[in-house]
Design a protein around this ligand. Structure first.
Ligand code: CP
Length: 313
């Protein structure tokens, strides 16, 4: 594997899931593979799970992870070509990516969207610039439009917990106080479209996601109808896509409750706002698998790093 910027970089998805589950049982089996190799983790935005699980994955493979909070600690990076850099940015991505490539064998990047400039977000300016100007493989730790480490993790978790061959999986929008990105929902959709599941999306009107990502997946605006007989309820807030980045609805009628969940398992990428997105009674019950889901972040990242290490020259 030469990079991991999208779920589609995984060529055989079901095989990858099984291999990741094998790594979970044998986390140190390949602890020599990454010896003397360095993983650089660059964060333009906050993180708990991605930061720690990706480092843990690198350590399990014998790699040396090094981490930088780019927004807080590095020079301001310029991403536009031909800019006269006489304002706030001090270093161009051309130099920054080339320099970091000399220190690292793999570079992982987290850079969220603006949620104000749709065209810029959809161009994936930060991630694409690293792919273009770095000379080593790039891993996406959540970009403007995708969170493929999370989507892969979610597929692993559903495979691990499913009780029937073809479970019903519902992606349900839930309210939130802030405008949130589409990346997690996009990659979850991509992952579910790559699996043998009965997959449905539900959200209030006005929250339709990118139609190119939705494809033929059914969208139901009635949450109760969508949740009927679900085996897994994956809950996530996102801001409007058409009315780009806007919060149109904070209606707590969409909060996930124990009653709505029924016999289904509850999933969320975390962090989650209790009693806004989902009530305590769900998170504090055996129906919630969010902690196991977060644990699987390590093995999703470990599978990705292993595949890239195996292909390094
Ligand atoms: N789910 C997830 O990516 O968590 P963090 O933002 O804490 O990394």
């Amino acid at each position: 594997m030469k990079k991991y910027t999208n779920i589609s970089d995984i060529k055989n998805f079901s095989k990858a899931i099984q291999e990741a589950l094998h790594l979970k049982k044998n986390p140190l089996e390949f602890s020599e593979l990454g010896k003397n190799k360095t993983l650089g983790l660059l964060f333009f935005n906050s993180s708990l799970r991605t930061r720690l699980s990706t480092q843990k994955a690198a350590l399990n493979l014998g790699m040396n992870p090094i981490v930088m909070n780019v927004s807080g600690d590095a020079w301001g990076i310029e991403f536009e070509d031909g800019t006269v850099m006489n304002t706030s940015t001090a270093e161009h991505i051309k130099e920054a990516a080339a320099v970091v490539s000399q220190y690292c064998d793999i570079i992982a990047v987290r850079a969220f969207p603006t949620l104000t400039d749709k065209a810029k977000d959809e161009s994936e300016q930060v991630l694409s610039s690293f792919v273009k100007y770095a000379s080593v493989p790039i891993v996406n730790m959540e970009s403007a439009t995708a969170h493929p480490l999370q989507g892969f993790t979610d597929a692993i978790t559903i495979t691990e917990h499913k009780k029937v061959n073809k479970p019903k999986v519902v992606l349900s929008w839930a309210p939130h106080v802030k405008a949130l990105p589409h990346a997690v929902a996009n990659s979850f959709i991509h992952a579910m479209q790559s699996m043998d599941v009965d997959f449905v999306i539900t959200h209030p009107e006005g929250y339709d996601l990118n139609p190119k990502i939705i494809g033929n997946t059914p969208v139901i605006y009635n949450q109760g109808e969508a949740l009927k007989d679900a085996d897994f309820v994956y809950t996530k807030n996102w801001s409007a896509y058409n009315d780009y980045g806007k919060v149109l609805n904070t209606n707590t009628n969409w909060t996930i409750t124990k009653e709505k969940l029924g016999a289904a398992k509850f999933m969320h990428c975390l962090p989650v706002r209790r009693n806004v997105v989902v009530e305590d009674a769900v998170l504090d019950s055996n129906s919630s698998i969010v902690i196991e889901q977060a644990n699987n972040r390590t093995f999703a990242a470990q599978w990705v790093l292993k595949k890239i290490l195996e292909d390094l020259k």
